[in-house]
Structure formats: structure tokens, C-alpha cells
Write a protein that binds this ligand. Structure first.
Ligand code: AVJ
Length: 319
């Protein structure tokens, strides 16, 4: 049996305070917005897992393909004894790294979704006796005090989730990751790449409507957690490519004018017909952009691997 420990770095009431602040701020400004981290209650995490299996949603498969082919190179280059995974979700792709790192002492998955972490903890390989698994329920942008485990440390941030941060947040985040690294440690970063607009939009607006349901789930979260009365079928899912910023935006568009009451905030939010809430940006990258953002945060990109179709990249960087 692998030792498994779970730590909430934030008390549950801090999470709800953060949700309240984000909803209050985001729905009283123009244009309206909600941060994507609130998608991931247990239903949202399930819907995201379903998205990763959709024919249109290529990033997960492309990244898995790279990881499967490069796990040995990553292991050889880093010799990691501690693997920190930020935004680990189901940890499904992590297996390639765990299998390639027989000398690993500790695996520290970090995620806002406690349900995803416990699920991942339960399904970790029984054939890794003695691997210390210490899950942290935390917002990876606030990370972090990490438990004291042996180095070298490999920090993995997979899935292209860095693209869900706005440029300023990204710069702050990369600097905080840099602060986790000592000499000899490394960052393994997954970034989705700029490509044909049709392919991108289809990945965020699938034919089966799973992404639409995922998007609307944030309204269900606000309804449940803050006593709001968003009518889920009063909003349409929208995915658009912003060519200037090189990111996909997901939005929820009000079908008609409405007033939504948010009881716990003592707030009434008016919507005009067609008015949108931006619920996610998912930035797409180019190698030179990734290299220079890492450099600005004090890291050096040392490896850049893509899938054969050049859709997605994994990069390795050192402090
Ligand atoms: C969390 C970065 C993996 O932006 O592609 C999937 C979330 N949003 N479909 C992404 C997401 C809509 C996703 N990542």
C-alpha cells in the first residue's frame, strides 16, 4: 500500500470566500466574466474527463502521445525524486512519468478539485509500494508551500492549463513556479499550439454538446454555492477564436433579458438579451513565445517536443 495523505492548504471557507469575491467582482463589471477554476466541482471534473475523450478535443491525446514517447527522456534529463503536478486532475497521463521514474520518492498532486485528487489517489499503481503520495487541495496559482521531500524536483504543469491564465497572471504564476525550483530542478510544461481556427473552435464547441454542458456547469456551481437562480437553459454556449490574442474564449450568452438573483451576495445581476459572460480563455502558444515567457520568469527552455502533427508541445525548462 502506498502512503496517501491529503492536505487542504486552504480551509473550505476560504474557497467559498474566493468564489464569492470572484462572482461579485466578475458579474458587476462589464464585460462580465467568471474565472474558469469554478467549473471543477465533481460534476465539472467528470464533464472535463468526458471532454478529453471527444473526437474534436485533441489536446489530451496529443499530449499523451508526446508523454508516452518522451517519458524516458524526461526521466533521464531530470532524475527526479519528487514529482509535483500542478492541476493534476485525474492524474491519468502522470502514469507515464511515474513508470519512467523508478527512483521517485514522492508524488505531490495539486488540484482545486478534492474529488479528482481522492479519485487519483485511489487509482495510483499498487505496484509502487513506498511511493509517498501527498495530495494538496490548492489553487495552483497560489502555490505554495510544498512538503519537504527529496530532490531533484520536477514540477509538471500539463494539459495546456497555463493557457487558462491571462498574460499577467501567467507571468506571476511562472515566477512563483520558478521560486519552487532549486538548481537541478525542472519544469515540464504542456502548451497547446496555434493552429487552424476551425480545428480550435471545434475542440471547444463539440457536436455532442459536452463542452456546452461543462461551460454551463459554472452557473450550476454558482446556483448551488451562492443561492443564485441562473436558468441554465437561458444561456447559450459560445466558443470564439480571438486571433489578436491567440486564444479561444468560452462565453455564456443570455438568450433574453433577465435579472439573476444571487442570494448569498444580496445581489441582482441584470442581463441584456445577447449579453455574454466570459468564462474561460484558453491561450494557444508558439515556441518563441513560450521560450521568452519562461526566460522572463528566470527559466531556460532546454527541450521542446511536439506530437507528429505539431498540435501540442511539451517543454522542459531549468532554473
Ligand atoms: C483545462 C486547459 C485542459 O483550456 O483546453 C476544455 C479546459 N475548456 N474544454 C482547455 C477546457 C474547455 C482545458 N484545460
Amino acid at each position: 500500500m502506498s502512503p496517501f495523505q491529503l492536505t487542504r492548504t486552504l480551509p473550505e471557507d476560504a474557497t467559498s470566500a474566493a468564489l464569492r469575491a470572484d462572482v461579485q467582482h466578475g458579474l458587476t463589471r462589464s464585460p462580465k466574466e467568471l474565472p474558469p477554476k469554478w467549473f471543477y466541482d465533481s460534476r465539472g471534473s467528470e464533464l472535463f474527463e468526458e471532454i478529453t475523450r471527444l473526437p474534436e478535443y485533441y489536446p489530451t491525446r496529443a499530449e499523451r502521445e508526446i508523454l508516452a514517447g518522451r517519458a524516458r527522456d524526461i526521466a533521464a534529463a531530470t532524475g527526479a525524486r519528487t514529482l509535483v503536478e500542478l492541476g493534476s486532475g485525474s492524474s491519468e497521463k502522470t502514469r507515464f512519468l511515474l513508470d519512467a521514474l523508478p527512483g521517485l520518492h514522492s508524488y505531490l498532486p495539486v488540484d482545486v478539485s478534492e474529488s479528482a485528487l481522492t479519485g487519483a489517489g485511489e487509482s495510483l499503481p499498487a505496484d509502487r509500494p513506498g511511493l509517498h503520495v501527498h495530495a494538496l487541495v490548492a489553487d495552483f496559482t497560489r502555490v505554495l508551500a510544498l512538503p519537504d521531500t527529496p530532490g531533484p524536483r520536477l514540477v509538471a504543469f500539463l494539459g495546456g492549463t497555463i493557457g487558462n491564465l491571462l498574460p499577467g497572471e501567467r507571468a506571476d504564476f511562472l515566477r512563483s513556479v520558478r521560486a519552487l525550483l532549486s538548481p537541478g530542478d525542472a519544469l515540464l510544461l504542456g502548451t497547446d499550439l496555434v493552429k487552424d481556427e476551425g480545428v480550435l473552435v471545434a475542440a471547444y464547441d463539440d457536436a455532442a454538446g459536452v463542452t456546452a454542458e461543462f461551460n454551463k456547469n459554472v452557473l450550476a456551481v454558482v446556483n448551488r454555492e451562492l443561492g443564485a437562480d441562473f436558468p441554465l437553459d437561458g444561456f447559450d454556449h459560445v466558443a470564439v477564436w480571438n486571433a489578436r490574442e491567440e486564444w479561444i474564449e468560452m462565453r455564456l450568452r443570455a438568450r433574453e433579458a433577465a435579472k439573476v438573483r444571487i442570494r448569498e451576495l444580496d445581489l441582482v445581476v441584470p442581463f441584456e438579451a445577447g449579453e455574454e459572460i466570459r468564462t474561460e480563455v484558453s491561450a494557444k502558444f508558439r515556441q518563441e513565445g513560450v521560450r521568452s515567457e519562461l526566460a522572463a520568469a528566470g527559466m531556460e527552455l532546454t527541450e521542446w517536443w511536439t506530437d507528429p502533427e505539431g498540435r501540442f508541445a511539451l517543454s522542459l525548462s531549468t532554473a
